[in-house]
Design a binder for this molecule. Sequence first.
Ligand code: ZN
Length: 286
Amino acid sequence: MSTTFTTIAYEEPAPGVARIVLDRPERRNAQSRRMTYELNTAFDRAAQDDAVKVVILAGRGPDFCSGHDLADQTMGETHAVVGTSASFDRPGAEGFMAWEEEVYLNMCWRWRNLPKPTIAAVHGRSIAGALMLIWVCDLVIASAEATFSDITVALGVNGVEYFAHPWELGARKAKELLFTGDAITAAEAQQLGMVNRVVPSRDDLDTEALVLAERIATKPSFALKLAKESVNQALEAQGFWTAMRGAFGLHSLAHSHNRERFDLPIDPSGLVRQRRQRPPTEGPDA
Ligand code: ZN
């Protein structure tokens, strides 16, 4: 299967290991519509290739990912390939909700259920939509300088579409992250259980992720899949998917509210508001 990717790279750094790399460093790996579909194709390729046993997700450039690319949502597919959504061109809330359901909620859910272990190797900043790409992975390795934030409340929305915050961070920390928009460090994320391992510097990240992937790749594939599903099903039994669907409904309500008020899916003053509140140690947003 040969596919030419323009927003990601698909690599095979070692036998049994595929590495998918977000590759828009000039845009700090912001997720365009094309990128979500290319990621979906890449995950499919890794899932269907018998030689691949473990998948690493990483980012090229200064940051892992700066979130959704709000300036570039026109490229790529214009119809659903994953879910069974309505046409994205439907007027009112219908088309936009169908599109977000496809490229954010349904795709993330699909990647989360990939029948092979996945490892996110994260450095620099991960903002808003970046969290979804990290959270769908089974394991997370971060370099010490990595930070994680969701600034969407400042934009008039309840949080990113794949609303796993309470499960990843615990209820109280999830609320703090959302209410303040402040970033947590890799060390904090590890303490909360969101990150498995922290490596001292970015230079160690690729090696650490690869060594871990190669170790896991020595195990039987089917047992890995079954172990993964066993843990994932425990989360489903606790209502993980139902809660996320509920939050997605509220997310769609928030976009509709902002459209009524500002004629945009987000509150345009939000980025300015978020910048004004940011502690001086943090850098600019994407
Ligand atoms: Zn949205």
